[in-house]
Design a protein around this ligand. Structure first.
Ligand code: AMP
Length: 266
């Protein structure tokens, strides 16, 4: 597994593959890797000749009051996991090079970014499309894999790629869950034991909400009932439970930790 910490190193390691017409599959991450990330690496492998992963905790998608400094970082562990998974290269850009010339973004999020996450994290998708566009410019992948865990983000990226006319196939990966259905997330590391057992109710509430909608309850009623139930289960507050893209999506807080998840209705 090759490692690039600069654009020059990245170009050097990719040039012979690019010249040979090898298809590059790319998985952007913020590190603190778990089985969900590794499932994306495997899906990239199925769709490309060469698989690369980036690890970069992107400052522009965090608001000043959010957890940028506290975000878990363990480069050695991440690299060992990727090596074991058979990734071909890892790109670990430095912020000053990736954002050389300033934080101004060449691209803006489109309609998919409206509502849901943006109502609570207004800076978020601007930062995400900014960094993903820069990473795409550097890696020039043929395919890029994003998790359905961040379903709105997947839509925002697909829309951005289409709007920019980038020759990149965006592939969505199913949500990796623990034995209790909790969507794996780097932020789960923040949870205490008692918070973890409450966190495991989020997916159950969303699955039940999807079932209630299938059973004929209105989306509005079912989502309102879900928010009430999450509070009753012990969540501190609920940012939203809503239906879009045929899915029930939710975001809720346990202490200082914000969790998101979503499930299909049909
Ligand atoms: P992150 O490192 O949290 O920014 O996530 C990097 C990529 O992994 C994103 O495309 C996420 O949607 C995806 N991802 C994170 N958690 C999961 C999960 N539990 N299942 C599937 N994909 C995930």
């Amino acid at each position: 597994m090759k490692i690039a910490r600069s654009r020059a190193e990245l170009d050097a390691l990719l040039s012979s593959y690019r010249a040979a017409g090898q298809r590059i599959g790319f998985v952007p991450t913020m590190g603190a890797l778990h089985e969900g990330h590794l499932s994306l690496v495997r899906l990239a492998r199925e769709n490309a000749d060469l698989v690369g992963v980036s690890i970069f905790v992107n400052p522009t998608q965090f608001a000043p009051h959010e957890d940028f400094d506290a975000y878990p970082r363990d480069e050695a562990r991440d690299l060992a996991m990727l090596e074991a998974e058979g990734a071909d290269f890892v790109f670990l850009p430095r912020a000053d090079e990736l954002y050389e010339g300033g934080f101004e973004s060449a691209v803006k999020p489109g309609a998919a970014a409206q509502g849901l996450e943006s109502d609570f994290r207004p800076h978020f998708f601007g930062g995400v499309v900014n960094v993903v566009y820069r990473l795409f410019e550097a890696v020039k992948p043929d395919a890029a894999i994003f998790g359905e865990k961040d379903f709105q983000q997947l839509q925002v990226i697909a829309e951005m790629v289409k709007a920019q006319g980038l020759p990149i196939t965006i592939i969505g990966a199913p949500i990796a869950r623990d034995d209790y259905g909790l969507a794996l997330s780097s932020r789960n590391a923040y949870l205490s034991a008692s918070e973890l057992s409450i966190a495991r109710m989020l997916n159950r509430v969303l699955f039940d909400t999807a079932a209630a909608i299938r059973g004929g309850q209105t989306e509005e009623e079912a989502c309102a009932a879900a928010a009430e139930r999450l509070l009753a289960e012990g969540f501190r507050s609920v940012d939203y439970v809503a239906v879009r893209w045929g899915r029930v999506l939710g975001a809720a807080w346990l202490g200082k930790t914000r969790l998101i998840d979503n499930v299909p209705i049909f």
